[in-house]
Design a protein around this ligand. Structure first.
Ligand code: ADP
Length: 198
């Protein structure tokens, strides 16, 4: 098994790269998606969050009220740490289950937005970083429906390109069009992935 950690700032193009790698046969494990799954209604994760932050973080039908929770943890680092302490171990455990379920000779790509921030670089055979100019990322995020102010705040709260580069084995540049990105993914596959395959 080849384990690839895929990361990059918000709007850099991680999901796009993950989809391109999936087309080439990789098994993709998406940390954001798992983070939503572990707090779905009826999960122990959601029960733990409600226990910690009170019924105000639940909607009338018992789902997680994300804006309400965001309001609680936004300006309160201790609350944020408490939330992360609940959610992060659940995400890691579920990700580990999915990796364990992949075939022994699989190429497993884990899309982990906060890989650098959470110090997980050593968990992977290869760390693949996607980069794009912050202004281009803001434009793409606004195109995806995020408010510009929120996009800028999210970018500012994350690791810098320099911090991500420090742990990267390979850096892809996504300042160009989709074809430019796809060509780099092809080259990554040919040079770094294919030679490791049985
Ligand atoms: P991330 O997963 O890192 O947040 P995405 O892959 O979702 O980033 O990309 C952010 C947005 O930009 C998405 O709407 C995506 O479709 C778009 N996008 C990604 N790469 C390009 C590109 N090279 N050209 C134009 N739009 C792009």
């Amino acid at each position: 098994m080849l384990r690839i950690g895929l990361t990059g700032g918000i709007g850099s193009g991680k999901s796009t790269v993950a989809a391109l790698l999936a087309e080439r046969g990789a098994v993709v494990v998406d940390a954001d998606r798992i983070a939503r799954e572990v707090v779905e209604p009826g999960t122990p994760g959601l029960a733990a969050v409600a226990e910690a932050f009170g019924p105000g973080v639940l909607t009338a039908d018992g789902a997680l009220d994300r804006p309400a929770l965001a309001g609680v943890v936004f300006a309160d680092p201790a609350a944020r740490a408490r939330l992360d302490g609940i959610v992060h171990p659940l995400v890691r455990a579920r990700a580990a289950e999915l990796v364990a379920a992949a075939p022994a000779d699989a190429v497993v790509v884990q899309d982990v937005p906060l890989l650098v921030e959470t110090g997980q670089a050593r968990s992977y055979d290869l760390v693949l970083v996607v980069e794009a100019d912050p202004e281009i990322r803001v434009r793409r995020l606004v195109g995806r429906g995020l408010a510009e102010e929120d996009a800028r705040a999210r970018i500012a709260s994350q690791a810098t390109d320099a911090q991500r580069r420090a742990v990267a084995d390979v850096v892809l540049s996504n300042d160009g069009d989709r074809e430019h990105l796809a060509a780099q993914v092809d080259r990554f596959w040919t040079e770094r992935v294919a030679p490791t395959l049985p």
